[in-house]
Design a protein around this ligand. Structure first.
Ligand SMILES: CC(C)[C@H](C(=O)O)[C@@H](O)C(=O)O
Ligand code: SF4
Length: 467
């Protein structure tokens, strides 16, 4: 019997196979790092008097606690300032490469690495961050780990793990205009639920996936964790190789040819069997928007806020009831009738250059609705910011009445000054709509950059087709 892509990458990194139900020992090719989940790991190494096993295989950036304006001034938040200075001190002491705030390669951990060509097919990549699944878009086995595991990887370059189960997610057909990778993943999570992927590596396959750019594939893999999965992967193909070629860390010359030859073997065999399989038809998809407080509580934009009684499952019913109370929504309200205060375009889900281009395309020649309080456009990495500025997108955003910011996690989560105030309603291109996620009492509707941009023009949740 053949094997799946995930199983191939796993097998190629097996240091020692676990006996009698014990976990396997897996080699880790790359560890990415940020300020939030690294301090205790460094402290652990320090206390044990250890060094990194492979200093060159851990690379850090600053993203969660960084402000996105006045970055040359002292951080206004003391805790954030301490987090950042601690990372800087730790990286210096242990010799870890760091892209700090102000560096041209600084950015959200899941955005800066692919841009540098650090993320490559067939690698095992870890980070103390759940959205590490993003890197699976390249056919890497990439997943979030806890702080003690971060320390373990630093010390040994390995991890002790039980193999993941495999799930195929087939996306057949083609996306209609106005629908995007974000709608695919929101629809998947709405279908399988926030626990549907638990224990699995998801492999996204099918015609719609093959046609997606790398930026779009990253959007999909990014949110695998929101379905509860350990990781998400897409088999590498010409689109992948084309993206990597010529990037600073991409192999060159003969090594490039060897790499591509290996990467081409990284696909699920025709006779391989997945532990589970789900199919979705891209051509039937509409733009998706969440109405609740978990990423699975999403619906097509033309739907109405559901009645909690419509859920047959008691837990789902209570969850819907609580979500509606928190979100300040009445059942039966058309999603398109919901007025928002704030628009956030950014994050490791949708802050890449193609997302900004798509948003700018819609905003060009328009101005934000008067009822919209603020529109934040935040590039996922400093390279994306530079690229956008070279293309004049920053001017389009500014003319529109949006704020053009420096790179970072920004309003994706309330760990930096970009926060919602209680009751503020936001349409956001990020990946989590949990209570308080974007600031205490803030209300989040997840959507694509196209929907966010159209909403900024009309003031109520809208798709480009409504313009
Ligand atoms: C802070 C970090 C550990 C966290 C994560 O693991 O994902 C954050 O990035 C998030 O998106 O909630
Ligand atoms: S942008 Fe959001 S989801 Fe991504 S790493 Fe930052 S906080 Fe986490």
């Amino acid at each position: 019997m053949g094997t799946t892509l995930a199983e191939k990458v796993w097998a190629d990194h097996l240091v020692r196979q676990g006996q009698n139900g014990e976990p396997d020992l897996i080699y880790i090719d790359l560890q990415l790092m940020h300020e939030v989940t690294s301090p205790q790991a460094f402290e652990g190494l320090r206390l044990a008097g250890r060094q990194l096993r492979h200093t060159e295989l851990t690379i850090a950036t600053e993203d969660h606690n960084t402000p996105t304006i006045n970055i040359d001034r002292p951080n206004p938040d003391e805790t954030s300032a301490t987090q950042l200075s601690t990372l800087e001190r730790n990286c210096k002491e242990f010799g870890v490469r760091l892209h700090p705030l102000g560096d041209a390669d600084q950015g959200i951990v899941h955005a800066f690495a692919p841009i540098l060509g650090l993320t490559q097919p067939g690698m095992t990549i870890v980070c103390g961050d759940s959205h590490t699944s993003t890197h699976g878009a390249f056919g890497a086995l990439a997943f979030g780990i806890g702080t003690s595991e971060v320390e373990h990887v630093m010390a040994t370059q390995t991890l002790s793990l039980k193999p993941f189960k495999t799930m195929a997610i087939n996306i057949e057909g083609e996306l209609a205009p106005g629908t995007t990778a974000k709608d695919i993943i929101l629809a998947i999570i709405a279908k399988i639920g926030t626990g549907g992927g638990q224990g699995y590596v998801l492999e996204y396959r099918g015609e719609a996936i093959r046609k997606l750019s790398m930026d779009a594939r990253m959007t999909i893999c990014n949110m695998s964790i929101e379905a509860g999965a350990r990781a998400g992967m897409i088999a590498p193909d010409e689109t992948t190789f084309e993206y990597i070629k010529g990037r600073p860390h991409a192999p060159t010359g003969e090594l490039w040819d060897q790499a591509v030859a290996y990467w081409k073997t990284l696909r699920t065999d025709d006779d391989a069997v997945f532990d589970a399989e789900v199919t979705l038809h891209a051509d039937e998809l509409q733009p998706y928007v969440t109405w609740g407080t978990n990423p699975g509580q999403g619906l097509p934009i033309t739907a109405s806020v559901p009645e909690p009684e419509s859920f047959s499952d008691a837990t789902a019913r209570t969850a819907a009831q609580n979500a509606l109370t928190y979100m300040g929504l009445e059942p039966g309200t058309k999603i398109k009738d919901i007025a928002v205060d704030t628009v956030f375009i950014g994050s490791c889900t949708n802050g890449r250059i193609e997302d900004l281009r798509a948003a700018a395309e819609i905003m060009r020649g328009h101005h934000k609705a008067d009822s919209i309080h603020r529109v934040l456009v935040v590039p996922a990495s400093s390279r994306v910011r530079l690229q956008a500025e070279a293309e004049g997108l920053d001017q389009v955003f500014k003319d529109f009445g949006a704020e053009w910011r420096n790179a970072g996690c920004s309003m994706c989560l309330g760990m930096n000054p970009d926060k919602l105030v209680p009751g503020e309603r936001c349409i956001s291109t990020s990946n989590r709509n949990f209570e308080g996620r974007q600031g205490k009492g803030g209300r989040t509707h997840l959507a694509s950059p196209l929907v966010a941009a159209a909403t900024a023009i009309r003031g109520t949740i809208s798709s480009p087709a409504d313009l």
